[in-house]
Design a binder for this molecule. Sequence first.
Ligand SMILES: [Zn+2]
Length: 137
Amino acid sequence: MTTRTHPVDGELIEAAAKVARTRCRGDNHTMAAAARARDGRIITAVNAYHFTGGPCAELVLIGAAAAQGAYELDTIVAVGDRDRGVVPPCGRCRQVLLDYFPALEVIVGPTGRPRGVPVADLLPETYIWADHRLDTE
Ligand SMILES: [Zn+2]
């Protein structure tokens, strides 16, 4: 594991926490995510729970960012509603985030001790989607 030495993006954590506090409602929206785009903007989103496999906040955020013209994300964090604090990404999100943004930093860790880790460190020895696409050769 590689822990980056620079301070974590506290503004990003607060942005996700604010969305979690103010926008998460009932069982459908229980997680918020915030990402720092390459141009400095903060993009936020909430999950869209559904028993068929509704997307996590991180995945909704990728689409929301693209809809705003932000195709490169540098850092992402997810925060749970009901003051659950920073929540690490699930396995599906780790894979998607790695495939979309190989250099992404993910903020993880307990409340009061957040740390940024490269997304690749969250999926050691992983399948790399781009390596198996025929049009990448
Ligand atoms: Zn997820």
